[in-house]
Design a protein around this ligand. Structure first.
Ligand code: ADP
Ligand code: MG
Length: 232
């Protein structure tokens, strides 16, 4: 589905947010890499769904009631067979926070190459319009609030400065024996989200909040493995 279509469809269904698959379709439309993804209704559909995917895969619950899927027991990574996928779906469906929620389906997607987890976000300021945010995942954003913001549209130089002003920037260069994250891939995603022709500028009227958490950045690529867009 194209970008205008996923937003129009969510509005038609009176949804306040895009579901994860729709969010990823929107990102893909702007050239941001996302895992190959499909959504099934239940364990019976798994065999066919896996035909188009390369193992191992991830399974996630799709529910408008569940914001943090892992906290609800709704994410399982590294599944290596149809049986493992089916078992994961059955186990998730029985988890208390999931059995009490509306479930629209189960997202199955390929694993992204290992790398550094970053957060790229967006929000709409009533005065300045779209803002783009970048940070490192985990404690850097959640505990240390180590994030960089810019008003859109951003230039390549802005994107580079955003990365450099993070207190955790050294981590991305491969501190403590880790492999470095591709700086070019991060800049590229920031421009596709916050640049002049980027997603936030193009949909300034529709998108209240954007959250790519995480963007997994390896030495060569950046893949958005979770995406949430709240509509205005
Ligand atoms: P939530 O944030 O709702 O708990 P996510 O979709 O972000 O759920 O998944 C939780 C974690 O699982 C991610 O932070 C990431 O570490 C891992 N993960 C999710 N999808 C993938 C994927 N396609 N490839 C690799 N790791 C993934
Ligand atoms: Mg997430």
């Amino acid at each position: 589905m194209g970008a205008p279509t996923v937003i129009a469809e969510a509005r038609r269904q009176k949804r306040a947010a895009l579901d994860e698959a729709a969010g990823k379709a929107l990102l893909a439309h702007y050239g941001v890499a996302v895992p190959r993804t499909t959504v099934v209704q239940g364990p019976d559909d798994v065999e066919r769904a896996l035909e188009g995917l390369t193992l191992p895969v991830v399974v996630k619950v799709v529910s408008p009631d569940i914001l943090h899927k892992s906290d609800a027991g709704g994410v399982k990574v590294g599944l290596r067979s149809a049986d493992e996928v089916r078992d994961a779906i059955r186990a998730m469906a029985a988890a208390p926070k999931i059995s009490s929620a509306r479930v629209d389906g189960w997202l199955i997607e390929e694993m992204a190459p290992a790398g550094h987890e970053m957060v790229i976000g967006g929000l709409r300021d009533p005065q300045f319009g779209p803002l783009v945010m970048a940070g490192l995942g985990g404690i850097f954003v959640e505990v240390l609030k180590d994030v960089a913001f810019r008003i859109c549209p951003i230039t390549r130089l802005d994107a580079e400065e955003m990365i450099d002003e993070l207190k955790g920037a050294a981590v991305l260069k491969g501190a403590r024996g880790q492999k470095p994250a591709s700086r070019e891939a991060i800049v590229d995603v920031l421009l596709k989200i916050g640049g002049e022709n980027g997603l936030l500028m193009q949909h300034a009227e529709d998108i209240g909040e954007a959250d790519i958490n995480p963007l997994i950045v390896s030495e060569t690529a950046a893949v958005a493995v979770d995406a949430r867009f709240i509509l205005t």
